[in-house]
Structures are given as structure tokens and as C-alpha cells.
Ligand binder design. Structure first.
Ligand code: NAD
Length: 367
């Protein structure tokens, strides 16, 4: 017969099992009955510095779905900061519920209090379903918030810098693939004409390239096409084009069993997070097919660099540009490492990020 204690122990073990799987440091569950706030703050790793990562609000179907999202996203932030040379760790917060119904000043400020209670171990920023105004409310209760709007002295919209990082990362791939980092004469397909996609198209259009663009919202694809002299293509058509470079700037997991078969490109370099449906499997498949893949968390880090420097202090546009520009050399280094070691590029990038964390852990040992 199962005793109540056994059942409880099994459940406890499941949560810690999840944390142990990817070595998460801490999870904070935030509950406030009066405002209706339910949030989870996932802290993956703080070896390099405070865990920075945005807050997203989503109507998750279950608490475990919310927890998984917080854990997965927090882990991603750790490696993005590490490979970018930032002294920041990885964290992410998720607020559970309908953003249209629940968000108000008290609700958001209450969340800010929870962030403040961590004394800077977690630093928040804007993410899905959180507006600049929402972040301003949060900042009334905590100083551990970054990426506030420029109108109140913050670093503002991260997407121009994200696009710049993707652009230089793409050029590094071109250098490896074609022996020259000029994109002139190449054909490039950009999936998603949103914040990042539009800024990226702007850079690319100046290089005399043939551009294709797709967007879930057709009018956006058409508007982007006419503004940048691109050709608007269908949502599925983009995978079958005869383009040299494919740039996913919409959503994750677009590189999977079925799309890899269809892609004819030599380079994949885009802004979307978690582009590989299965990091190991699809990383290998791309390498086998001879497609150079720019690891997403490496080349889309410009936005993080922007808000990270804003939080750490000494922000200036020049400083952010300079650090984002380093994505070019890091990408080349990763591509060369992958070639030397016979490993796929995602694996090479993860190794470099993990090595930095373990090296700095040695530095931070108590004296
Ligand atoms: P966004 O929401 O402004 O733009 C995304 C665009 O993709 C929208 O126009 C949307 O209609 C379109 N889209 C959705 N599904 C599509 C589909 N199936 N095919 C084609 N288009 C589709 O987002 P964003 O800020 O431009 O970010 C783009 C991607 O880059 C996201 O995956 C985001 O997580 C990632 N990213 C963004 C930043 C940043 O600074 N904004 C930083 C790092 C990573």
C-alpha cells in the first residue's frame, strides 16, 4: 500500500529531478491571492553574474508547462550570456494567466516586489506580452530591471542590436562558406518581417542582394517587400527557394526533419530562438548536408548585450556596437572549431559557452 508520505516524496523528487537534469540553481514560486499574481522565476546559473532574462506572461495550460518554459528559457540565457562574454548568468520569469485580464498596476508592482526580494540575483527585462509601461510599473518596486524605454533613460528596444548581431554573424558565415564576407550577389530569404526582421532587411538591402521575405501576416511581407525591393513569398514556399542563405527571424523549431530535406541554402543565420527542433539530431543533419549553421544563441545576442550593458553600467551606443560586432569573430572561431573537431556548430558553441563558465567558476572560488 502506498503511504501519503511516499506520494509526496515522489512528487518532490519530480521537481528536483527537473532541476537536476540541466543543473538549475533555484526556482522561485511567487503567489499573491489579492492581485491574482502567479509567477515562476527560474534561475539557471549565476557563476558569471546575476541571472538576467525577460519576464513573459502567458496563459499556460498547466503549472508544469509554465515551470518547463521558465527552466528552458533560463538555461538558454545562461549560454547566450556566456558566449557573448557578458558577466551575467541566466534566468527567466514567467507570469501565468491572461495578460489582457490580469495585468494592472498593483499586479505588476507586486511582481516587482518579488524580483526585488531576490536582491539582484535575478534581473528582469521585457519579453512576450509585457509592454514598456508594464516594465515601468515593475521598476517602481525593484531596481533589478533593465531594457526600460529610452524615454525614461533605459536602453530601449533591443531588436535593432539583435539584427546587427545577426547581420555580422551572417557575414562571418559567408566568409567561411564563400571566402569573402561580402553578401553582394547572394540570395537571402528572411522569414518574419517583425522587429528584428525589418532591421535585418535594412542592412541586407544595402548590400545589393536578392531578398525574399515571408510573414504570417501577409501585409507585413508585402510592406517589407516593397520597402526593401524584396520578393514576398509564401509561408511554406520559403523552405523550397533556391536561396544561398536562409534567415529564420520568426519562431523556433523551423529547422527539423522535413525542412532540412527541402532547404537548398549554404548558410542558416537568423534571430529566432531555438531554431533547431532537436539540437543534436538537426545539428548533425545540417553538418552532414554541408549547410553552415550559425548557432542562434550566439548571433542573436545583440539585444542581450544591449540590456546587459545597460544593467551592468557604462552603457553607450558605441560600446554596445563594439561588443555586438565581436559576434563576427566569435562566429568564425566557432565555425573553425566545429571543422577542426568534427562536431556540429551548435555543439561547438555550447562547448565554448560551458568552458567559459567552468573557467570563471575557478576564478570565483573563495580565497
Ligand atoms: P516579432 O514578433 O516582432 O516578429 C516576428 C514576425 O514573425 C511577426 O511579424 C510574425 O507575424 C511573423 N511570423 C510568425 N509566424 C511566422 C511564420 N510561420 N512564417 C513567417 N513569419 C511568421 O518578433 P521579433 O522581436 O522580430 O523576434 C523575432 C524572433 O527573434 C523571435 O523568435 C524572437 O524570440 C527572436 N529574438 C528576438 C530578439 C529581439 O531583440 N527582439 C532577441 C533575440 C531573439
Amino acid at each position: 500500500m502506498i503511504e501519503l508520505n511516499d506520494i509526496k516524496r515522489t512528487r518532490d523528487f519530480e521537481i528536483f529531478g527537473e532541476l537536476a537534469k540541466n543543473d538549475h540553481e533555484q526556482v522561485v514560486f511567487c503567489n499573491d491571492n489579492e492581485t491574482g499574481l502567479k509567477a515562476i522565476i527560474g534561475i539557471h546559473n549565476t557563476v558569471l553574474g546575476p541571472a538576467l532574462g525577460g519576464t513573459r506572461m502567458w496563459n499556460y495550460i498547466s503549472d508544469s508547462e509554465a515551470l518547463n518554459d521558465a527552466l528552458r528559457l533560463a538555461r538558454g540565457m545562461t549560454y547566450k550570456a556566456a558566449i557573448s562574454g557578458l558577466n551575467l548568468g541566466g534566468g527567466k520569469a514567467v507570469i501565468i494567466g491572461d495578460a489582457d485580464k490580469l495585468k494592472n498596476e498593483a499586479f505588476l508592482r507586486r511582481f516587482g516586489r518579488f524580483v526585488e526580494s531576490l536582491n539582484g540575483k535575478y534581473v528582469t527585462a521585457q519579453d512576450v506580452n509585457m509592454s514598456e509601461n508594464d516594465m515601468e510599473y515593475i521598476s517602481m518596486e525593484t531596481k533589478h530591471v533593465t531594457g526600460l524605454s529610452e524615454s525614461i533613460g533605459g536602453a530601449g528596444d533591443p531588436s535593432p542590436m539583435t539584427a546587427y548581431g545577426v547581420y555580422v554573424g551572417m557575414k562571418a558565415c559567408a566568409k567561411k562558406a564563400f571566402g569573402n564576407d561580402s553578401l553582394e550577389g547572394k540570395s537571402i530569404s528572411v522569414q518574419g518581417a517583425g522587429h528584428v526582421g525589418m532591421h535585418l532587411l535594412d542592412y541586407l538591402a544595402k548590400e545589393n542582394v536578392k531578398l525574399y521575405v515571408s510573414d504570417f501576416i501577409e501585409s507585413r511581407a508585402k510592406a517589407a517587400a516593397s520597402r526593401f525591393g524584396a520578393q514576398a513569398v509564401g509561408l511554406e514556399e520559403i523552405y523550397d527557394l533556391d536561396a544561398d542563405i536562409y534567415s529564420p527571424c520568426a519562431m523556433g523549431a523551423t529547422i527539423n526533419d522535413s525542412t532540412i530535406e527541402r532547404l537548398h541554402c549554404q548558410i542558416i543565420a537568423g534571430a529566432a530562438n531555438n531554431q533547431l527542433d532537436d539540437e543534436e539530431l538537426h545539428g548533425h543533419m545540417l553538418a552532414k548536408k554541408g549547410i553552415i549553421y550559425a548557432p542562434d544563441f550566439l548571433i542573436n545576442a545583440g539585444g542581450l548585450i544591449n540590456v546587459g550593458i545597460d544593467y551592468l553600467g557604462g552603457w553607450s551606443k558605441e560600446k554596445v556596437y563594439r561588443k555586438t560586432e565581436r559576434i563576427y569573430q566569435t562566429t568564425l572561431d566557432i565555425l573553425n572549431l566545429s571543422e577542426r573537431e568534427g562536431i556540429h556548430t551548435q555543439d561547438a558553441a555550447m562547448r565554448v559557452a560551458k568552458r567559459r563558465i567552468s573557467e570563471i567558476a575557478k576564478v570565483k572560488k573563495a580565497l
